[in-house]
Design a protein around this ligand. Structure first.
Ligand code: MLT
Length: 247
């Protein structure tokens, strides 16, 4: 089966049952979730609307729940954390449950539910998420969150990074046309991802808001092992295969 890449969640045109699905919102939702899980947060509950987040947090109750996310790239009034991965330190989030709503990222996650497995991918965990996806199925769909319903260069470049890791492990995987494009872009830009994104829509939006440090953080490759997995409405750390088969 080819690796399918979707430029946005809205571009998914087929049933993804049986697929291992990797959601990519490099700037910044999936990078935030990978960081949060790596730093020991208990779970992340993605919700589409800000109002739903507040209701969900009330239902979960207790002071161990944090409301997180953004609208327009900045902190939502009344929330605890914004969508900056630098805020998600171990001291702040270890052992906590996060209810998260972002403009594009959390919506893409919700759209992909129903696949065999749904993982969060980014440059931070490119190799680890490639290994996790291949361990589930060789039918792999990479779903880019995009920006406001449009293709986003940062997500497509990251898809190329994940594809390069998948091909390192299993060179026999074939690629859809966008997958081939993503890989070619990644191969030609990976010596300086930051410079290659200069001028692109979401990159410039975040820079204008003062988030250059966030961008540099999200473009680090293979520095984390955590593979967040979305199942039954909740994102948790994927457990090693051996632990799952022992159940
Ligand atoms: C989103 O989900 O739209 C993004 O993560 C926005 C952002 O960079 O904060």
């Amino acid at each position: 089966m080819p690796i399918d890449v979707y430029a946005t969640a809205g571009a998914i045109e087929k049933d993804l049952r049986g697929h291992a699905c990797v959601i990519v919102d490099v700037l910044r939702a999936t990078s935030v979730i990978i960081t949060a899980i790596e730093h020991g947060c208990k779970s992340v509950i993605p919700v589409a609307e800000v109002e739903d987040a507040a209701i969900m947090a009330r239902q979960l109750g207790g002071e161990r729940v944090l409301l997180c996310g953004e609208r327009g790239g900045v902190m939502i009034p009344g929330f605890n954390l914004s969508n900056s991965p630098l805020e998600y330190t171990e001291e702040v989030i270890a052992g906590r449950s996060l209810v998260m709503s972002t403009t594009n990222g959390t919506r893409a996650i919700l759209r992909a539910g129903g696949s065999e497995a749904v993982f969060m991918g980014g440059f931070l965990n490119a190799r680890a998420v490639a290994e996790a996806a291949l361990s589930v199925s060789d039918s792999i769909a990479i779903v880019c969150a995009g920006t406001d319903g449009r293709y986003s260069l940062d997500d497509v470049l990251c898809s190329g990074a994940i594809i390069s890791r998948i091909l390192d492990i299993n060179g026999k995987q074939s690629l859809c046309d966008l997958g081939r494009t993503a890989l070619a872009l990644y191969d030609s830009y990976n010596d300086d991802l930051f410079e290659s994104l200069r001028g692109s829509l979401h990159f410039e939006r975040l820079r204008a808001l003062g988030f250059e440090e966030d961008i540099r953080y999200c473009l680090q490759e293979d520095v984390m092992q955590a593979v967040p997995e979305y199942k039954n409405g909740v994102i948790r750390k994927r457990r090693p295969q051996a632990a799952q088969t022992a159940e």
